[in-house]
Design a protein around this ligand. Structure first.
Ligand code: NAD
Length: 339
């Protein structure tokens, strides 16, 4: 069977990372028909928009996409293409596993967390305006029963399907009584349908402290969009940083896989950054496609290369200027060889 996949190289370091991931994925023997779609800052001049028409249509048609990061200008300029894709296709779950792999330099070892982030609303609804320009601005935070229900249900279904023991809902319902109060209330309701999975809730600030002090006590975490963005980066930091953190955006019948990290523009075109997060996003994609054997093969090869610690990028070496660090493509070559 040939899998037709929308391939979005993105911008910044995106194209080189996607190239590395594509080569690794093709080595599994799984057949891909890549439908390459340009998006991001680099195509603004060509198309007049960072998200040309064909991109969403292609994902809708193919059902699955693999995406490199895309830059979002800070403060001014176009809104996030990444958020636009998630919202337009109603990819309502952002799944971000954070598992420690032997060989990765990090403060903790036995960590296996999964962040399930709501992906369509909260402050990312993008409803904001100046009240008095330069003096006061307002942003509206949207939380709905429907979006809360489906993301919490996904977290429990994921927990059940993957033999997980506990789901923790993360919120700030003590202060944001209407919005986070609704999210927490819905989470408690949904939890009643899953008596086989433990359920608890944590206030987000306490959650951050607990994750730093006792991350081993947590399992699947589910939360609204903004907390999910921040807490998932925190969890990436616990297991070795953004270079190794994969992600998936999942809706009903549609999914786009991409690393947690951004476009790291200062390293663009230097063949320097770590391809692991993008390759492991490809592993999540293989599992979604039912290609379990190929997924295991890539994951084991990545783990072997990291555990050996020789053919790895700068961020995985003891010091950042380690002269033995290899480039993005060379690390991918080592993974291909290990397969
Ligand atoms: P970033 O994730 O791009 O980079 C932050 C730092 O993390 C980098 O300077 C680097 O030190 C490290 N890093 C990131 N990826 C790495 C890798 N593969 N290997 C090694 N080290 C890595 O975050 P940022 O600088 O805040 O954002 C840059 C741009 O990316 C912004 O425009 C932002 O909006 C965008 N962004 C896009 C996405 C996405 O496409 N989904 C996600 C987050 C940020």
């Amino acid at each position: 069977m040939v899998h037709r996949i929308t391939l979005i190289p993105g911008d910044g370091t995106g194209p080189e990372l996607i190239e590395a991931a594509r080569r690794v994925l093709e080595t599994t023997g799984v057949q891909f028909d890549w439908d390459v779609q340009e998006a991001g800052a680099d195509v603004m001049d060509k198309y007049g928009t960072p998200l040309p028409e064909g991109v969403l249509a292609s994902i809708r048609e193919n059902g699955v996409g693999l995406k490199g990061p895309i830059t979002t200008p800070v403060g001014t300029g176009f809104r996030s293409v990444n958020v636009a894709i998630r919202k337009a296709l109603d990819l309502y779950v952002n799944l971000r596993p954070a598992r420690h792999m032997p060989g990765v330099r990090s403060r903790y070892e036995d960590i296996d967390l999964v962040v399930v982030r709501e992906n369509t609303e909260c402050l990312y609804a993008g409803i904001e305006h100046d009240v008095i320009p330069g003096e006061a601005a307002e942003s509206i935070r949207i939380i709905t029963r429907k979006a809360s229900q489906r993301v919490v249900r996904f977290a429990f279904e994921y927990a059940r399907a993957h033999g997980r023991r506990k789901v923790t809902a993360v919120h700030k319902a003590n202060i944001l009584k209407a919005t986070d109060g609704l999210f927490l209330g819905v989470a408690r309701e949904v939890a009643l349908d899953y008596p086989d999975i433990a359920f608890e809730d944590r206030i987000v600030d306490n959650m951050c402290m607990q994750l730093v002090q006792r991350p081993q006590e947590y399992d699947v975490l589910v939360m609204p969009n903004l907390y999910g963005d921040i807490v998932s980066d925190l969890c990436s930091g616990l297991v070795g940083g953004l270079g190794v953190a994969p992600g998936a955006n999942i809706g009903d019948g549609l999914a786009v896989f991409e690393p947690v990290h951004g476009s790291a523009p200062k390293y663009a075109g230097q063949n320097k950054v770590n391809p692991t997060a993008t390759i492991l996003s490809g592993v999540l994609m293989l599992r979604y496609l039912g290609e379990t054997e190929a997924a295991d093969k890539v994951q084991d090869a990545v783990a072997a290369v990291i555990a050996e610690g020789r053919d790895v990028t700068y961020d995985m070496k003891p010091t950042r200027d380690d002269p033995t660090a290899v480039g993005t493509q060379e690390m991918a070559d080592a993974i291909i060889k290990a397969m």
